[in-house]
Design a protein. Structure first.
Lengths: 169, 307
């Protein structure tokens, strides 16, 4: 029923993007890694049907964003699941820019963070984001606009004036 | 110097790229191990219940599914809690008529049912009192069929809705152990788009035929299971019955000698296919007479729903 090879191919082709997305939405790398791996675990559980899905990556993004929203309640379970995998490998510290962006993103509402990540990491248009998150186009425009305004106030040297004209088409 | 927000995100993406996720094989194994642990935990808890010890079912049961905007109705909708299929039901499109596959005598005397769009609880059969245990049936999110050499089912793309219910039963003659279960069904009902259910049946027949034996993990090693189609007539419009023979294993999954036979029957009624996969209890083979009787009950319940 579930084809391991196709799942592995899917994982290899999407895991990097998904890790970026998790990082941008959650704001903490370890936690994002937990959530993304949990999402892939669920994808494998459903792989018999998900493999035939026209947009399995969108399905995964939904799982990640929902896990992120619900992460405090689920954190203990996720930590328990992760124990089975052993400690994560040692990695270097994040760059200064990442730290600044993540600090700023923590002060932005979750739905704004999600919309911004979909736009800047997946190059999705406002319409595509609206379809994915199930919100009206106008709402997504508002999220992006307000999210950017907030980030512009928090990040040094951000070209805030040009954002509206260039990105929200 | 002024910078675009996209530059900031690019730096963040580069940071994320520096940290690898697990390789997919490790992730799959971990997921499967979790599923096995959950299954073992469930079995132990229910066994203790049967012995009179009250255990919080919350330890082993999944939280209720969270409705979600499924990207597509045939795919399990993601949720923050444990996943559960919550497909919505798209309108069906006119298609070729239900299969022209050999029909059983039970089919005669009625027009083919129209394709339904959702599966109510009443479509699932009830056990007679003599077969009931203390464990209530519950809707679950699990595989519909056992793995068959990695077979894939293109007809899954034509699924309108699918629901699976776990149903624990005991044999009527089993009075000594009171309510101790003798087996469990993973009972699934699937609605296919008009005229596509027979594809699902054909794909299943082919999958079984093409997979006479396969290895699957058992403890630290693997064990061989053998599959073969069995003769089956008189169930719905058509049916597929197959057995899986596998070595008996202990709770750790290690072979103990002996062999178990698991039965799986898929039955098509119009555009609906129901699968009764008898996944067993602690040990022993699927009781054929019970599976046959429950297959007939499953057909009766579905016909009553469709009528």
């Amino acid at each position: 029923m579930r084809d391991a090879q196709s799942f592995d191919d899917f994982y290899r082709s999407t895991a990097r993007r998904m890790a970026r997305y998790g990082y941008a939405v959650v704001g903490d790398h370890s936690e994002a890694q937990d959530l993304v791996q949990e999402a892939y675990t669920r994808a494998w559980r459903h792989w018999g049907r998900l493999a035939a899905h026209p947009a399995p990556e969108a399905w995964l993004r939904l799982v990640v964003s929902r896990l992120a929203t619900d992460r405090w309640r689920r954190l203990r379970t996720l930590r328990g699941a992760l124990r089975l995998a052993g400690p994560p490998p040692a990695v270097g510290p994040p760059t200064e820019d990442s730290v600044l962006l993540l600090q700023a993103l923590r002060q932005v509402p979750a739905n704004h963070r999600q919309a911004l990540a979909l736009h800047y990491l997946f190059d999705m248009s406002v319409e595509e984001i609206a379809r994915e998150v199930g919100a009206p186009v106008g709402t997504v425009k508002s999220w992006l606009s307000r999210g950017r305004s907030r980030l512009a106030a928090l990040l040094p040297d951000l070209a805030g004036v040009e954002l509206e004209a260039n990105d929200v088409a | 110097m002024s910078r675009e927000l996209s530059d900031w995100y690019q730096r963040l993406a580069a940071d994320a790229d520096a940290r690898d996720l697990a390789v997919p094989g490790v992730l799959r194994r971990r997921a499967d191990r979790r599923a096995r642990l959950r299954a073992v935990g469930g079995s132990l808890a229910v066994a203790l219940l049967a012995g009179g010890v009250v255990i919080g079912t919350s330890l082993v049961s999944k939280p209720p599914p969270v409705p979600s905007p499924a990207v597509r109705p045939t795919t399990p909708a993601p949720s923050a809690t444990a996943g559960s299929p919550s497909p919505s039901a798209p309108p069906t499109t006119p298609g070729r008529p239900p299969s022209s596959s050999p029909a059983s005598p039970q089919v005669t005397g009625g027009s083919p049912p129209s394709t339904p769009v959702s599966i109510p609880d009443r479509a699932f059969f009830n056990l007679p009192p003599a077969n009931r245990t203390d464990t209530a049936p519950k809707f679950v999110d699990r595989d519909v069929l056992p793995g068959l050499c990695g077979a894939r089912y293109p007809s899954d793309a034509a699924i309108v809705q699918r629901r699976t219910r776990s149903l624990v039963f005991k044999l009527p003659e089993d009075n000594i152990d009171g309510n101790a279960p003798d087996g469990t069904y993973a009972h699934t009902i699937t609605i296919y788009r008009a005229g596509r259910a027979d594809d699902a049946m054909n794909e299943l027949r082919r999958a079984v035929r093409d997979c006479p034996e396969q290895g699957r993990p058992a403890g630290d090693a693997s064990m061989l299971t053998r599959q073969r189609l069995l003769s089956t007539t008189g169930y719905g419009d058509e049916s597929v019955l197959f057995e899986m023979r596998e070595p008996n294993v202990d709770i750790n999954g290690d072979p103990t000698g002996g062999e178990n036979v698991r039965l799986v029957r898929a039955i098509r009624i119009g555009d609906v296919v129901t699968v009764l996969w008898e996944i067993g209890w602690e040990s022993g083979s699927s009781p054929r007479a019970q599976v046959d009787a429950d297959s007939r009950r499953a057909v009766t319940a579905i016909r009553a729903w469709l009528d």
